[in-house]
Design a protein around this ligand. Structure first.
Ligand code: SF4
Length: 374
């Protein structure tokens, strides 16, 4: 069940909402990639069992900025050191402006069998406002070529909660997403983080604001349209046609071990979480000195319970109270009042020994889960 995450911290330009770890300078790309190869070798004993990898995920940043030879080297190394199952899911995040039919064919030849394409919106005003590096036409072509190149498994990213769009604009945007026939869609609410360009604009009062009612309307409209379009919302932000749930993310949500390579990457194995420095220079320096991980955090019993709640409540399969009991948290008794209140408000349902968010509960998932934390 083990997974490998490879963080490529480079982008062509900074999207105004993004607070991931990346740089737009490619000056140290070669030395950083070499350090990442070295990190994979140093981590040869990370996994406790010897089962080959079930998933490899190139995330970022923008992994489609990698040369094909670099992708090949990552996969060769991973295969030599950990082994990769023949049926493993191997995902590359790609931006539409990096996608061409030739590149798609090359990626398939290298063993990439799933793409996650950063479309975000089909509205050119939104793409320019968020400083995306592509146009709506490029988005459309990138998906057509993905299908033409023979990728049956791919996902597209969509953002909602966008202040520039009228309700009619948003309906048009969603309709365009549905015409793509993508087997998987990840839909995210636009959040404004303080360190981003939008965060600074907000602080200065210069950022257009979406009213709360329009924000909720966009979310509900998107969720309903995707469900009507045949997608199962198997996690709050993730929608899949039958047979296309993401293996890599699903293992992560179910507590499987994963190793993260590269600056800012996180890793996990029972019951320790590790974090690499989110700084390219410090990362290269420490790997050059054969030092792994900036931070190592042993999870307490409470951490494990809270982590379980945080991931499971977001899943359609919900929180299993018997599993929680086995971890030492009798939620039905210890949080009886909170549970009763949410059941009465119809934000949660109790099905046997499983609690799940209702449609209304999904809009308040963050608040609800925090109320159950130990
Ligand atoms: S391309 Fe992706 S990682 Fe890079 S700045 Fe934009 S959203 Fe962030």
């Amino acid at each position: 069940m083990a997974g490998l995450y490879i963080h490529i911290p480079f982008c062509k330009q900074a999207c105004h909402y993004c607070d991931f770890h990346f740089t737009v300078s490619l000056r140290h790309k070669a030395s950083l990639i070499q350090a990442m190869f070295q990190e994979i070798k140093l981590q040869k004993d990370f996994f406790e069992d010897t089962e080959p990898l079930q998933s490899v995920y190139f995330g970022g940043g923008t992994p489609s900025l990698l040369q094909d030879s670099e992708i090949a080297q990552f996969l060769d190394l991973a295969s030599q050191i950990f082994g990769i199952k023949s049926e493993a899911e191997i995902t590359l995040e790609a931006n539409p402006d990096d996608i061409s039919l030739n590149r798609l064919k090359a990626w398939r030849g290298l063993g990439i069998n799933r793409l996650s394409i950063g479309l975000q919106s089909f509205n050119d005003r939104v793409l320019q406002w968020t400083n995306r590096a592509h146009s709506a036409d490029q988005s459309q072509n990138s998906v057509l070529w993905t299908q033409e190149a023979g990728f049956s498994n791919f996902s597209v990213d969509m953002i909602y909660g966008i202040p520039l769009l009228t309700r009619a604009d948003f309906e048009t945007d969603i309709a365009q997403f549905l015409t793509l026939k993508s087997p998987h869609i990840s839909a995210y609410n636009l959040t404004i983080e303080s360190g981003t360009y939008f965060g600074k604009q907000k602080k200065r009062g210069l950022l257009p604001v979406l009213s709360d009612s329009d924000d909720v309307w966009q979310m509900q409209y998107a969720l309903q349209a995707l469900q009507d379009g045949g997608y199962e919302q198997y996690e709050i932000s993730n929608f899949a046609k039958k047979g296309f749930k993401a293996v890599h993310n699903s293992s992560y949500w179910h507590g499987a071990p994963y190793l993260g390579i590269g600056p800012s990457a996180h890793s996990y194995k029972p019951f320790v979480r590790y974090m690499n420095p989110a700084n390219n220079r410090k990362y290269i320096e420490s790997i050059t000195q054969n030092q792994l991980f900036g931070i190592e955090e042993k999870l307490t019993a409470e951490d494990r319970i809270n982590e379980y709640l945080l991931t499971r409540l977001r899943l359609a399969s919900g929180v299993n109270l018997l599993e929680l009991n086995a971890m030492g948290y009798d939620l039905k008794n210890q949080s009886a009042e909170t549970l009763a209140a949410y059941l009465t408000e119809e934000l949660l349902v109790l099905e046997g020994d499983v609690i799940k968010l209702t449609e209304a509960g999904k809009l308040q998932a963050d608040r609800i889960v925090q109320d159950f934390f130990v």
